[in-house]
Design a protein around this ligand. Structure first.
Ligand SMILES: Nc1nc2c(ncn2[C@@H]2O[C@H](COP(=O)(O)OP(=O)(O)OP(=O)(O)O)[C@@H](O)[C@H]2O)c(=O)[nH]1
Ligand SMILES: [Mg+2]
Length: 350
């Protein structure tokens, strides 16, 4: 799981211009006809919704696009160098900067297919055909290609999701995600089966919502227990948190407190909209304890659902409410961000 990478990107060199003269049977001393060199390729960073981390990018320290090709005779321009396209997850921020940490934001790739040119290819040199003048009708000179741009970039991934399912190991997060989306994470009865976030998509018929399963959180995750809490970075840009509790846990009521403590200790997650789902209601032992569980949970001021991710009971209601809440949270975000925009209009000159 690689969520941060730093490296150098380099645009390709422009190709050299060509020195050439027309030599034909009927025109033995034809004019200069050397074509321009092709431009160097760009290094492009592009968001791909199928990815969740940066491990596809190899461990290289430097990524360079292809150089442009030399110009050719008959004024033929050299082939442009191929772009080097680096695929990254949606939610990758691209910083440009010195190694010292003085970084400036180049792009925040928030939608699949969005891209940014991180390093431009150099221009190709001019062929000698371009240097012909009335005084010098047979120039022997051609331009050299320019070097491509070079930049130090830092990539950081914070996935963009609508809904994050958070819970203790084995609470049923993968089972729930499989029940509501086409995602097929591994499901098993040992803890930490899921070791990196998994994304799925649910739809209410009008729009799609991206749902993420975040690897299991245990008490002390913020101090590095279990898999730690670094995955919560992916909950920073979600609109709704679903706390999934294992109804068969003897400490189900305390489990909620444990989760909430971990969430509260991580940056701004405390203020996110939340929902609670008590899972595994198909088990008789859980049903027997339901009145006791309910008695406690009805006092909470967040919506609580009693579900079985396995049998599907209550899952539809939970999903519906989650999509509704995420959509509302999205609308609220927009009104906040719009109201913060100040528009400066230049005053007309007198
Ligand atoms: N009876 C019952 N078992 C369930 C239910 N949901 C999940 N399980 C079981 O609980 C175990 C753990 O399920 P997972 O979906 O892998 O749980 P998880 O929260 O993704 O676990 P990690 O990825 O390890 O954190 C599996 O054996 C599931 O079959 C449910 O609603 N009822
Ligand atoms: Mg899982």
């Amino acid at each position: 799981m690689v969520y941060k990478r730093e490296f150098i990107v380099k645009g390709g060199w422009g190709g050299e211009g060509c020195v050439s003269f027309r030599r034909e049977k009927r025109a033995p001393f034809g004019g200069p006809d050397g074509g321009d060199g092709g431009g160097g390729g760009n290094v492009v960073i592009k968001a791909d919704s199928n990815l969740v981390d940066l491990k596809l990018l190899s461990r290289k320290k430097e990524f360079a696009a292809e150089d442009g090709h030399r110009g050719e005779s008959s004024r033929k321009r050299g082939k442009r160098g191929e772009d080097l396209v680096m695929s990254v997850p949606v939610g990758t921020t691209v910083f440009s900067g010195a190694k010292s940490g003085q970084e400036t934001l180049l792009a925040d790739l928030t939608a699949s297919g969005e891209e940014v040119v991180a390093a431009k290819g150099g221009r190709g040199g001019l062929g000698n055909a371009r240097f012909a003048t009335s005084v010098n009708q047979a120039p022997e000179t051609a331009g050299k290609g320019q070097p491509g741009g070079k930049r130090y970039v830092v990539l950081e991934v914070k996935l963009i999701t609508d809904i994050c399912i958070i819970g203790a190991p084995s609470s049923g997060k993968s089972t729930l995600l499989s029940a509501i989306s086409r995602a097929r994470p591994e499901i098993a009865d040992y803890p930490f089966t899921t070791r990196q976030p998994v994304l799925g998509v649910v739809s209410d018929g009008r729009r799609d919502f991206v749902v993420a399963e975040i690897p299991g959180l245990v008490a002390g995750a913020h101090r590095g227990k279990g898999l730690g809490n670094e995955f919560l970075r992916h909950a920073e840009r979600t609109r709704l948190l679903i706390y999934l509790l294992d109804g068969s846990s003897p400490t189900v009521i305390d489990d909620l407190g444990t989760l909430d403590k971990e969430i509260a200790s991580y940056k701004d997650l405390a203020h996110k909209p939340k929902m609670v789902a008590v899972n595994k209601m198909d088990l008789l032992a859980v049903q027997a304890r339901l009145p006791q569980i309910k008695e406690h949970f009805t006092r909470l001021d967040v919506p609580v659902f009693y579900i079985s991710a396995l049998s599907g009971r209550g899952v539809l209601e939970l999903t519906r409410k989650a999509m509704e809440t995420a959509e509302q949270a999205g609308r609220d975000e927009k009104t906040i961000s719009q109201s913060q925009i100040t528009i400066f209009r230049p005053k007309p000159r007198k």
